[in-house]
Design a protein. Structure first.
Length: 403
């Protein structure tokens, strides 16, 4: 069987769903395919922190500025896909007070709203916070429910004409000389397209390789542990240079502890190390002592789709968390193919906008981006959101307790 679409988007994580929605809102005919359920890659296995930008303010201020902007947009447009909790950057007794000052200055410079609480006042708001918390920077972090976000985004794309096809793995891209013409799927069918967007995340190099293009992907795994601590209402971050086990994300009756960052060869085949899990629990317990002996509800792993053509040294934390839109016509002399990699769940809409701007230009489409202003489908209806999650088989472990 052979179908035709204007744009084939490969990868139904948040980024691919975001691209499909943005293109559809600009009047483009789109087919979105994923090899499994939507969000089954990294999206449904993330930590679920809606970044305020504070985490990146001192190291990569541009990433911080993107997070501030996108955090505000998602609060306006994503309804019950996000939860406004606020976040603390906590200086414990052993932490460097100068780093706290640097974080404050960096937040102010990057436009991240920030205020300060002393330890006692912070504990009045979060009674479980460690007794040696000396002071806290308050920032607009929040919680994002990835399964709902990807389902609402895909549903919105569908309402604007997109065909959504979970469980439709791509075997390979098809080419005609120096142009990508579509893809063959594992069921033997072909989708012909005027343009293909490779949004396959940590698997983007595998998709690109089928058209003879090499990508410098550096997938890095991270462990998350959900434990039964209730009553936490604020995202807790340790105020120190990014390291293992420094973020606690609150859900209704549990918290998600994380994470680690270790480069892996194969995003489908890596060691789920007990030592990493124990380190996450130990380190996060310094912020939230009740986590140390709490029941473990579930442990899960995700793989970051990081891209780095440049040398980044020995530590995978040195790899950029920014995003890249690769125009393969310019980069490799291969027309009809655009890849989007890197980035964060928080910035998925912006990644989609940048990708769609390029693809629209290639297709001669003038319509502007509307995704920053138009609310997502079903955003204000949690029951319908969860029905969409079920329909698209989009339920990942990150928010399994919410549905
Ligand atoms: C441990 C960890 C914690 C994180 N925490 C946060 C956080 O708290 N906040 C935040 O903002 N970001 C966080 N991130 C980053 C964020 O989760 C990712 O950047 C984002 O989800 C990537 O989305 P994506 O759509 O680009 O990739 P993915 O979600 O991986 O989507 C790619 C899709 O391509 C599909 N695919 C692969 N091969 C094929 C094929 N052959 N055919 C068809 N489809 C295919 C996959 O099934 C997958 O669904 C975290 C990441 C990790 C790993």
């Amino acid at each position: 069987m052979t179908e035709h679409t204007d744009v084939l988007v490969v990868g139904g994580g948040a980024t691919g769903a975001g691209v499909a929605r943005d293109l559809a809102l600009r009047g483009v005919d789109v087919t979105l395919v994923d090899r499994d359920g939507l969000g089954s890659g990294t999206t449904g296995r993330s930590h679920g922190l809606l970044h305020s930008g504070a985490r990146y303010a001192d190291t990569t201020p541009e990433d911080a500025r993107e997070c501030v902007q996108e955090n505000e947009i998602l609060r306006e447009t994503a309804g019950a896909c996000v939860r406004d909790t606020g976040g603390f950057f906590v200086q414990l007794a052993d932490d460097d007070p100068e780093y706290f000052e640097e974080k404050l200055a960096a937040c102010e410079s990057a436009g991240v709203p920030v205020s300060i609480l002393d330890g006692d006042t912070a504990r009045e708001r979060e009674p479980g916070l460690a007794a040696d918390a000396e002071r806290v920077a308050v920032v607009p972090d929040g919680v994002v429910y990835p399964s709902r976000l990807v389902a609402a985004t895909a549903a919105d794309a569908r309402e604007h004409g997109t065909t959504i096809r979970p469980h439709a793995p791509v075997d390979g891209l098809t080419t005609d000389g120096d142009r990508v013409t579509g893809a063959t799927l594992a069921d033997g069918s072909t989708v012909n397209a005027d343009h293909v967007v490779n949004a396959a995340g940590a698997w983007a190099d595998q998709i690109a390789a089928t058209a003879g293009v090499a990508l410098d992907m550096h997938p890095t795994k991270g462990a998350m542990v959900t434990v039964g601590v209730s009553g936490v209402d604020t995202v807790l971050n340790r105020c120190r240079p990014a390291s293992d086990g420094d973020i606690v994300v609150p859900h209704a009756d549990s918290v998600v502890l994380g994470t680690t960052s270790v480069e892996v060869e194969d995003p489908d085949d890596f060691v789920e190390s007990t030592a990493e899990v124990e380190r996450v629990v130990d380190e996060c317990s310094a912020l939230l002592p009740d986590a140390a002996d709490a029941t473990v509800d579930r442990t899960y792993w995700g793989v970051r789709p990081l891209y780095s053509p440049a040398d980044y040294g020995d530590d995978a934390r040195g790899i950029s968390r920014g995003f890249y839109v690769l125009d393969h016509a310019d980069r490799d002399g291969l027309a009809g193919l655009t890849t989007v990699v890197g980035g964060k769940l928080t910035t998925y809409r912006l990644m989609a906008e940048a990708t769609t701007d390029l693809v629209a230009d290639r297709l001669g489409v003038d319509a502007p981006c509307r995704t920053a202003d138009e609310p997502l489908a079903a955003h204000d209806d949690p029951e319908r959101l969860d029905a969409l999650v079920a329909e698209f088989d989009a339920g990942g472990p990150a928010d399994a307790d919410v549905r």
